[in-house]
Design a protein around this ligand. Structure first.
Ligand SMILES: [Zn+2]
Length: 532
């Protein structure tokens, strides 16, 4: 059915090119043939199939610019413990999972349990898991991804019951008898990751297909992946079978940089319709939630967090990547990390310019959470893309007001970054936060949690306008991957990646969150259909 014609009418077509909207859009095969008045398009395509949008808004498919998509797919395949408030509720979820899950996977994964359970009178322990899963190894991630809760079978395979020690920075939880209690903190996870055999490619593919279908329900037609190399292999395999149904930009870890240079894989180039190489992902620091973001002022409990790079090394990495057409995508959360990163970028740019080159035009900062005004000034000559996940702000707000009452003005400065010439692009960091772009749009435009509305917006001057938040999920996101000739806006000749959603209630600041997704189209095919 690839060459059929579909004429969408009866709604509002927002092309994201300028603010004007159109009446109708014509798809021919996998591309948009025209947008404009419905009568004109009908005369161009008399035999086109008509789809009545019934008042929905038609937009370019959403692009999530920062995910760990394969990890999200893995999470979807495991047991979901989110929402359970007590150990009894956790036990209930595990029991019902065991009853309904298809057997097969040797290791059982899961996530979402509330770390506050660790402060209860009775903590999660391996005995609780052993009752339900006496033989199958089980490892369950806490909602904040800092603690792994394992049963005895998993601990045995990882050597923990035989006295194996965790790597530096990790800790094995112990009960009153000093034996491992089943909780592995921070880097102690690695013991489990090493023991867990890689899942067969067929299993990976089935997880991904399920996750892609789930992402279509949220109107996504493209995502950026920040993951180890096996994820790229799995996307590639799906693409070759014609089953990827998502435009994927893959950012490779810095440890693969030399291999990538040798294999000649520059950033954001090529013509593959589904899978392209993004930047090289470099970590400058940790995260705010685990007090490892590198901050200029010390944390309330002391210490500045953890800087994971040396400024000179970082500059040399950017230089080496730049000489080979590879753009840096640098994780920086603390204001101290940001300062080091800006120093390194300026330094690497000067070196590249001396060699007759320049900094890659699509250099990115991932997260860009805490930025001092000095850095804003210094960044403005770099014209960087800042891949922000404002949806984290919703989780971080209580923490920020509690721990960092004076730092708020430096945090998630989407508006300031825009006005200093940065390209702000949005995403979720899934599985850390919900992959739903509507949540990200609300977070960017309101900067407040709906349940705390009375407190007002958190530094309201940094709110984005609705139009900007949408651009950051569509056109600007496509520009950040040099894919904007085909994606991110609606116009004749572009790929037919679309989302139709209910028009949000203009009087409700959270209208976007509640606007139902009605249809998602990828490459001219309707992949999700809930049109009335
Ligand atoms: Zn991430």
């Amino acid at each position: 059915m690839k060459h059929r014609e579909i004429l969408f009418h009866g709604g509002i077509v927002r092309s994201m090119e300028g603010t004007a909207s159109e009446e109708a859009l014509l798809v021919r095969g996998n591309r948009i043939a025209a947008i404009g008045p419905v009568r004109r398009l009908r005369s161009q395509a008399a035999s086109a199939e008509l789809i009545d949008l019934k008042g929905s808004t038609l937009l370019p498919g959403f692009i999530d610019t920062h995910t760990h998509f394969f990890e999200w797919a893995r999470k979807l395949s495991g047991v979901d413990l989110s929402g359970a408030r007590t150990l009894e509720e956790v036990r209930g979820k595990l029991r019902s999972y065991r009853e309904h899950a298809a057997p097969g996977a040797v290791w059982l994964g899961g996530s979402g349990w509330d770390p506050r359970l660790l402060r209860g009178e009775k903590k999660p322990d391996r005995q609780l898991l052993d009752e339900i899963f006496p033989e199958q190894p089980v490892a369950l991630e806490s909602r904040d991804f800092h603690t792994l809760w394992c049963n005895s079978a998993a601990l045995k395979l990882a050597g923990v019951l035989d006295g194996r020690e965790p790597p530096e920075g990790g800790e094995i939880g112990r009960g009153s008898d000093r034996s491992p209690d089943g909780l592995l903190y921070e880097t102690a996870w690695e013991l489990i990751l090493k023991a867990r055999p890689p899942e067969p490619e067929a299993v990976r593919q089935s997880w991904l297909k399920k996750a892609i279908a789930e992402a279509h329900r949220f109107g996504l037609s493209s995502f950026h992946s920040m993951e180890p190399l096996p994820a790229h292999r799995s996307y590639d395999e799906l693409a070759r079978r014609g089953e990827l149904q998502m435009r994927v930009v893959y950012h490779s870890p810095v440890k693969e940089l030399e291999r990538r240079i040798a294999e000649k894989r520059p950033s954001y180039s090529g013509t593959d319709p589904w899978l392209r190489w993004g930047g090289v992902k470099i970590f400058a620091d940790g995260s705010l939630g685990s007090a490892s973001a590198y901050m200029l002022d010390p944390y309330p409990d002391g210490g500045h967090g953890r800087l994971l790079v040396d400024e000179q090394d970082l500059s040399e990495t950017i230089l080496m990547a730049g000489r080979n057409g590879i753009a840096p995508s640098i994780h920086a959360i603390g204001d101290g990390a940001m300062r080091i990163v800006v120093n390194a970028l300026l330094d690497a740019r000067a070196s590249l310019q001396r060699e007759g080159m320049d900094l890659h035009p699509l250099a990115r900062i991932e997260h860009a959470q805490c930025v001092r005004s000095e850095e804003l000034q210094r960044m403005s000559s770099l014209s960087l893309s800042c891949a922000m996940q404002l949806v984290h702000l919703m989780d971080d707000l209580p923490l920020l007001s509690e721990l960092w009452p004076d730092q708020g003005a430096h945090v998630y400065r989407a508006r300031s970054l825009l006005s200093h010439g940065m390209r702000v692009i949005l995403g979720s960091d899934a599985p850390v936060a919900s992959i739903d772009p509507r949540q990200g749009i609300c977070a960017a435009t309101t900067r407040q949690r709906e349940e705390d509305r009375s407190q007002g917006s958190f530094f309201a001057q940094e709110c984005l306008e609705e139009e900007e938040a949408l651009l950051a999920y569509t056109k600007w996101a496509a520009q950040a991957a040099a894919w904007d000739e085909e994606l991110g806006s609606l116009g004749a000749g572009k790929l037919a990646d679309l989302v139709a959603l209910e028009a949000p209630d203009p009087d409700d600041p959270y209208g976007w969150k509640r606007a139902r997704i009605r249809m998602t189209m990828v490459d001219g095919e309707i992949v999700y259909d809930e049109l009335p």
